[in-house]
Ligand binder design. Structure first.
Ligand code: FES
Length: 178
């Protein structure tokens, strides 16, 4: 029997289009932008934010997120970014401190209140306070000192008193308009 000849296909038209297979991955929604993560599904969100997306506002807060500096909003609720493997985040919305300002750059009222009350020292803890504060104001529009003191955040620069004032200032609507 004669050998089967391989079929010679004509060269593709010069469209400039390179076909690309869809890669499996985890679809993420971060600050309103869509991303697909195709690496280790157990990668903590904190490293993805800082090392992949270069969103470095969210800070390392210890291996268990104990000081609150790594808080992000997950479907509106403050959670530790180090404690969230990317595999858990498909279909959920993440907002980091970079996502609090409006698209036109105007600050969130709580960000403005932190400025108005000079509640920022070195700034390391500030993103976590802002995320925790936004979550608190959503749950309790007029929080008292006790509510604020129960947040997991720590400030090693001693800004707690001014942070309290800032959160209450935002609650009272005294911060600049968003
Ligand atoms: S401002 Fe420095 S740790 Fe809070």
């Amino acid at each position: 029997m004669a050998p089967v000849q391989a079929q010679v296909l004509p060269p593709p038209p010069e469209s400039g289009i390179v076909p690309e297979k869809i890669r499996d991955g985890i679809d993420l929604l971060i600050n309103g932008e869509h991303y697909r993560h195709t690496g280790d599904p157990q990668m903590p969100l904190l490293w993805y934010l800082r090392d992949v997306l270069r969103l470095t506002g969210t800070k390392y807060a210890g291996g268990h997120g104990g000081s609150g500096a790594d808080l992000v909003l997950l479907d509106g609720k403050a959670v530790s970014a180090i404690a969230q493997p990317l595999a858990r985040l498909a279909g959920k919305a993440v907002v980091t401190v970079e996502g609090l300002a409006a698209n036109d750059g105007s600050l969130h009222p709580l960000q403005q209140a932190f400025i108005d009350e000079d509640a920022i020292g070195c700034g390391y803890c500030t993103p976590g306070w802002l995320i925790a504060g936004v979550d608190l104001l959503r749950r309790k529009p007029h929080p008292g000192d006790d509510d604020i003191d129960q947040l997991p955040n720590l400030c090693r620069c001693g800004c707690q008193t001014r942070v309290r004032r800032a959160i209450k200032r935002a609650a009272a609507g005294k911060a600049g308009p968003r």
